[in-house]
Design a protein around this ligand. Structure first.
Ligand code: BG6
Ligand code: BG6
Ligand code: GLC
Ligand code: GLC
Length: 893
């Protein structure tokens, strides 16, 4: 009797052992898995076999791991693991190098994971919206890195079409579509906030980057979680699906698909097939279904059902309990008594009464299934590390794998078995596994930062702008005060213009307008029949480069010649007319018609003029042609006067054109350099020189420095060089070149034209910015430079243009804010009501004005500012000044 029972038990034991033996892999089995994995890796990389390879080897367009110079504030999404997370990641570089993260986990209900694509992305955007509210960041347009943990065919860092859903997702209308585009559209549909989606990355890539931030040897990312996957840094020359042979790129292997071509059928069991058949993606992700957290419990369940059916387990339970055995967490090996009690408790929760033997068997099953998973991952990893080692032609290699995933983190033995297997199968590699503590969102933000490295510094928060506004206000004060004026960068030049037009001006004048993008001569007739009216006729004259860069005498002779020509054409050769001279450069004036050029700016550099009175120089050149130079005005002053003619409230004039500058009406009692305390005088700030003392170094970028080095006046007009029309196009060009060199644009190709200074103009920037036709424009403009930009390149170029011109508008808003807040304080009113006269080609371009107005209103909320575009240039204003000067003069005479 006893022997019969013992024999039966022994037979049962053998049956159980036989069943589990099929799940136990020998070292030959594992060696074969490694070898086959290697074959599939190579097939995935090669063009001719890529389409049929089961390991897809998807290019990630991540070319390098972080180097610690990344910084900025980013938003990240982390979708596809156990949790959906929205994060904000703040990265600091330098000695204070650090990463701070805030995140919130959101649920994705099953009906959304498996509903329509639109519902899924709307849900994601709703979670982002909630998060931005929670963080109080709705109004800041942040760059976003998107960890999307599914296979995506990428054509750029911010473009990826979903190959197929894996794991528990199955939303309709997504496969084959670009996930970034779907996210953008959902953001548009919600129409509540704006984000720059800079990068889409797989979780393996995000994990590798997270770990590489701490350990530069980390060149592999492994996820052993809900799903299973690996990425690593591959040599570009081996990635046939991407052009170019230089350097490296991270490849997302998608090894979960390994075996889809039946190459591991010899080790798959009927349990694996059952799991596969019951899954959302039958036939797919076969390796993943043997190795990852989403399926291990299911394999165990299939085995337990089988054993129960065969009368080897749970004999006290009825067959209905089969369905209760849902998910069994893999547990520790049988030796440990506590664990056995745990097994019983878990089974109890599932409504299963177990005997002691039952728990031992269940535990063995779990151990076998998870051991196999860890060994398979180890074999795959051995193939990867050996490939990297061979790529580098090395006998021995040290390398770090960044790992994440609940299976790796929570399972008591998975990581040890994995490591042992790698050691056994790849003895020439010393592989260290580092757990990613911060998830892949940090890595996604770092990738975003690597790309944004060039642009991040150009995005200025309102906080920074406020700070710049304060600095500028301090400079205004320094420039006005006689003690500090000599060292002040913002020169605050008195103009001797004491009021805006009062409507009584009249006469017939000539106006010269030199220093903007065009040299103009005009005749301005101001008459007074009932109403003051102004008639103007003008002609544009060339100012060839050899003249503006030649001798001063030649320059003024040229001006005089053009003037002679104009007078002849106007038939006023013999008339004695007063001339108003808009001379758009910084001049120290002692009176209206005595004006010493301090320094050339912008494109001008004629010799022998700096330090001279330009009225004397011009008079010499025109040899008393019967004209009298009554007044010299800066273009900002001319513009303020022109606008003041229509709007009495106008007390600020700004130019955002070739150069940039502003003037405004200051209280005379604050102007130390001019005697008298009553009334006001217009001050030409010459704000273009703001920052020449290093005050703006924290916000200047490497591109700003390069522009400065290549300019006619290095070290000078540093603010102007960050914002004005003469430099914006060149700034964009430098960024394009740099990004192309680093492989982020144009597949790394650069034509000699694009390398030529000045080939990318400011007017191009604004036409590319237009949302509709901008992308076609980008293609045209770059095409003319011999480039062949892809659709992604065009989007990136548009992005760069927007950021550069946005920065310009923001910075000008800050300095203008400084002037406005000073005006408000001067007046002592709680609210400022004023008009700003504006001119300049950059201001008139596409969305520039709107951006400027919006930012000014945010920075100086206690003001009502009217922005008035000067329709007729600065000359009408110059004529007004001349009229006043003439009246004063004739009164004196
Ligand atoms: C998280 C990462 O830590 O791990 C995710 O941030 C990743 O990007 C996940 O997908 C993988 O693990 P699991 O177990 O959540 O699938
Ligand atoms: C013109 C003014 O309208 O604008 C000039 O008449 C001024 O005096 C110019 O210099 C500034 O803009 P830009 O773009 O020509 O430098
Ligand atoms: C699945 C996905 C893969 C992801 C992995 C880990 O295998 O296809 O993209 O990396 O799960 O989350
Ligand atoms: C430069 C000049 C300044 C002028 C401005 C706009 O900054 O120095 O005088 O107003 O350009 O043309």
């Amino acid at each position: 009797m006893v022997t019969a029972v013992a024999q039966r038990l022994a037979a049962q034991r053998r049956e159980i052992n036989d069943t589990l033996a099929r799940l136990s892999l020998s070292s030959e089995n594992l060696q074969q898995v490694k070898d086959k994995m290697r074959v599939e890796l190579e097939r995935g990389l090669r063009k001719d076999s890529h389409s049929t390879a089961s390991v897809k080897m998807l290019p990630s367009f991540v070319y390098r791991t972080p180097n610690g110079t990344e910084r900025g504030k980013y938003l990240a999404l982390d979708l596809g693991g156990t949790n959906f997370r929205v994060l904000v990641v703040k990265i600091r570089s330098g000695i204070r190098k650090s990463v701070r993260m805030y995140n919130k986990i959101y649920a994705i209900p099953l009906e959304i994971m498996q509903g329509t694509g639109e519902e899924l992305f709307d849900h994601i955007v709703q979670c982002i919206s909630d998060f931005l509210d929670y963080m109080g960041m709705k109004n800041t347009r942040l760059p976003l890195g998107f960890t999307f943990s599914f296979p995506c065919r990428q054509t750029g860092i911010d473009k990826g079409s979903l190959v197929s859903w894996t794991k528990g997702f199955k939303a309709t209308d997504c496969e084959g579509n670009d996930v970034v585009e779907m996210l953008r559209e959902a953001i548009k549909r919600r129409n509540e906030f704006d984000l720059d989606i800079v990068a889409v990355v797989n979780d393996t890539v995000g994990t590798m980057m997270t770990c590489a931030y701490e350990d530069p040897k980390c060149e592999i990312g492994l996820i052993a979680g809900t799903g299973s996957n690996v990425c690593y840094m591959e040599e570009m020359r081996n990635i046939e699906m991407v052009e170019g042979d230089e350097g490296q790129m991270c490849v997302n292997t998608e090894w979960g698909g390994f075996g889809e071509n039946d190459c591991i059928e010899d080790i798959r069991t009927r349990f694996d097939r059952e799991v596969d058949e019951g899954s959302l993606n039958n036939g797919k992700q076969r390796f993943e279904k043997m190795t990852s957290g989403m399926y291990l419990g299911e394999i165990v369940r299939q085995i337990l059902i089988d054993l129960t059916r065969r009368g080897l387990l749970f004999r006290v339970n009825t067959p209905q309990v089969y369905k209760n055995i849902k998910c069994v967490t893999p547990l520790s090996p049988p030796s440990d008594r506590l664990a056995l009690l745990q097994v019983r408790a878990i089974l109890q929760q599932l409504g299963l009464d177990s005997t002691c033997d039952d728990s031992i068997i269940v535990k063995e099953v779990c151990g076998t299934v998870s051991r196999r998973a860890a060994q398979l991952c180890g074999a795959g990893m051995a193939a990867i590390v050996d490939k990297i080692r061979e790529n580098r032609g090395r006998n021995q290699m040290n390398i770090t794998v960044g790992v994440d995933g609940t299976l790796y983190k929570l399972h008591p033995h998975f990581s040890r078995i994995l490591k042992d297997t790698v050691k056994a199968l790849a003895p020439q590699c010393d592989v260290e596994f580092v757990l990613s503590e911060d998830g892949s969102g940090k890595g996604a933000a770092l990738i975003t930062a690597v790309i944004d490295k060039y642009l991040y510094a150009m995005r200025l928060s309102d906080e920074t702008l406020m700070d710049i506004m304060k600095r500028f206000r301090r400079e205004l004060g320094n420039g006005l005060c006689s003690d500090t004026n000599p060292t002040a960068t913002v020169k605050m030049l008195p103009t001797f213009v004491r009021s805006i037009p009062d409507g009584s001006e009249k006469g017939d004048f000539i106006a010269l307008d030199l220093g903007g993008s065009a040299f103009r001569i005009l005749r301005v007739k101001v008459s007074h029949e009932k109403k003051q009216t102004v008639q103007m006729e003008s002609q544009i004259y060339d100012t060839p480069e050899d003249i503006i860069h030649g001798s001063g005498t030649r320059l003024f002779d040229h001006v005089a010649e053009c003037l002679g020509d104009f007078m002849e054409k106007q038939n006023i050769k013999d008339k004695k007319l007063s001339v108003g001279f808009t001379f758009s450069f910084p001049c120290a004036q002692t009176k209206l018609n005595e004006s010493y050029l301090l320094t050339w700016t912008k494109r001008f550099k004629a010799s022998g003029v700096e330090g001279m009175d330009i009225v004397t120089l011009l008079n010499k050149a025109i040899k008393k042609r019967g004209v009298d130079i009554m007044a010299v005005v800066n273009d900002t002053v001319g513009t303020m006067m022109t606008c003041g003619f229509d709007d009495q409230r106008c007390e600020v004039g700004i130019i955002i054109g070739t150069g940039t500058n502003a003037c405004y009406m200051e209280e005379l009692r604050h102007i130390d350099l001019v005697e008298g305390d009553e009334g006001r005088m217009c001050i030409n700030t010459e704000w273009g020189a703001f920052g020449d003392d290093g005050m703006l170094e924290d916000i200047r970028t490497e591109f700003d420095r390069e522009i400065d080095r290549g300019s006619l006046n290095p070290g000078k007009q540093l603010f102007e060089k960050m914002v004005s029309g003469m430099y914006i196009g060149e700034l964009v060009r430098l960024i394009l070149v740099k990004m192309a060199k680093e492989g982020f644009l144009f597949e790394g190709r650069i034509t000699p034209e694009l390398l030529t200074k000045g080939k990318f103009e400011t007017k191009h920037v604004s036409s590319i910015e237009k949302s509709k036709e901008g992308l076609t424009k980008a293609k045209d403009i770059l095409g003319r430079l011999g480039m062949e930009p892809s659709a992604d390149d065009c989007i990136a170029v548009q992005h760069i243009c927007t950021i550069v011109s946005h920065r310009s508008a923001n910075l000008i808003a800050a300095t203008l804010g400084g002037i406005l807040s000073r005006l408000k304080d001067n007046k002592g009113n709680p609210r400022l009501r004023t008009t700003v006269g504006i001119d300049g080609s950059l201001y008139k371009m596409h969305p520039y004005a709107r951006r400027l107005h919006k930012t000014v209103r945010r920075l100086v909320p206690e003001s009502d500012v009217r922005f008035l575009l000067s329709e007729s240039g600065s000359s009408k204003g110059a004529a007004m000044v001349t009229a006043v000067a003439y009246r004063l003069l004739t009164r004196v005479v």
